[in-house]
Design a binder for this molecule. Structure first.
Ligand SMILES: *Cc1c(COP(=O)(O)O)cnc(C)c1O
Length: 361
């Protein structure tokens, strides 16, 4: 068996240890005589799994007690609707910053239900930077202020959070979840689709300040109402049991093998630095994002020549570096280097890029 280095933006690489453990427990989870795939979500065994997933997440992220952790479905995209329907009920206004496709989709969806103001955008330069924000331009009585923290497609991240005062900050953290420590108390809601940096597809984790639950619009579907899931321990209906189980294994790996989010951050900084240093010194490849807003997770780069980009992607694939083709709106390449990508994977990629550069210049 030979495994590739998978630079996919999501679904993406998982820690090998987690895959092996899931394989070992596939037919008989801890003496239950069943796979987690097969067991009732109302069983004691599964209750143990979801409870430990939540308590591990609370521990690893240091989540304050006045926040609920919800295990949801529908992908991050469903939260584009759930957020305005649950939070947009006082003034019916919210502010959005457009830093890419996901933020834009979220704003468009919110605008169907509330007044979703765009306070800033970086669309003018293909979202290659995070716009500077002036709090004087924010809506004073907004129900919330919305950002997409790490922009998966464009490779930017907020290194500083907007100063929103009493207005709850809502962040889509799908592609930077668990990559560094995060001060949860600075947010009203954070949510993440699991398939980027946590688990297989099918699970969204939402971390919500308690006072923001229970104010949903009357028309809010029961399944999108945060209160439904908060009141029922994320078991109003059948949760994505298998994915929650894998998330639990990943959290155990983060806690016990990595040693927590401070260490995870150091490893992620090391990996990103290897790649960015190479890009900054290369005569062929260059990064597309302004240096001060670079993401630790998603690194887009180009050669400036589409044929050469295609040749690179093809040869990289043949050498075991897969899913490097960039998003169609940026072109070129994108390396997603989430938590599970080992340092060695980035070192080998950079060595390969160096050889390619030599051979083709
Ligand atoms: C992938 C992604 C989404 C969409 O996630 P789905 O689970 O496919 O709905 C939303 N936001 C960000 C930041 C993403 O990276």
């Amino acid at each position: 068996m030979s495994r590739v280095y998978n630079f996919s933006a999501g679904p993406s690489m998982m820690p090998e240890k987690v895959l092996k453990q899931a394989a070992a427990e596939m037919l008989d989870y801890q003496g239950s005589g069943q796979s987690v795939m097969e067991m009732s979500h109302r069983s004691k065994v599964f209750q143990g799994i979801i409870d430990s997933a939540e308590s591990l997440l609370r521990e690893v992220m240091n989540i304050p007690d006045n926040y609920k952790v919800l295990f949801l479905q529908g992908g991050a995209s469903t939260q584009f609707t759930a957020i305005p329907m649950n939070l947009g009920t006082k003034s019916g206004k919210a502010d959005y910053v457009l830093t890419g496709q996901w933020a834009t989709k979220a704003q468009k969806e919110a605008a169907r239900y509330i007044q979703a103001n765009v306070v800033a955008s970086s669309k003018d330069k293909t979202f290659s930077y995070i716009p500077k924000l002036d709090p004087d331009t924010f809506t004073k009585d907004a129900d919330y202020f919305y950002i997409c923290m790490n922009n998966t497609i464009y490779g930017t991240v907020y290194h500083e959070l907007p100063q929103t005062g009493d207005v709850p900050l809502v962040a889509d953290v799908s592609s930077c979840f668990l990559s560094t420590p995060l001060d949860v108390s600075k947010f009203g809601v954070i949510y993440a689709g699991a398939q980027k940096n946590m688990a297989p597809a099918g699970l969204v984790i939402a971390i919500i300040r308690e006072d923001l639950i229970g104010n949903a619009m009357d028309i809010c579907p029961t399944m999108l109402n945060f209160k439904t899931h908060a009141d029922n321990g994320s078991m109003f209906n059948t949760p994505p049991c298998w994915t929650i189980y894998i998330a639990k294994l990943v959290l155990e790996w983060l806690k016990n093998d990595i040693g927590g989010l401070e260490n995870m951050k150091k490893i992620n900084e090391t990996k990103a630095a290897i790649l960015y240093n190479f890009l900054d010194n290369s005569n062929m490849f260059k990064g597309t994002v302004v240096p001060e807003d670079r993401s630790l997770m998603n690194v887009p780069f180009i050669t400036g020549n589409e044929e050469l980009d295609a040749k690179f992607v093809k040869e990289a694939t043949a050498n075991g570096f897969v899913n490097l083709k960039g998003h169609r709106t940026v072109g070129g390449m994108r390396a997603s280097i989430y938590n599970a990508m080992p340092i060695e994977g980035v070192e080998k990629l950079v060595a390969f890029m160096g050889e390619f550069e030599k051979a083709n210049s």
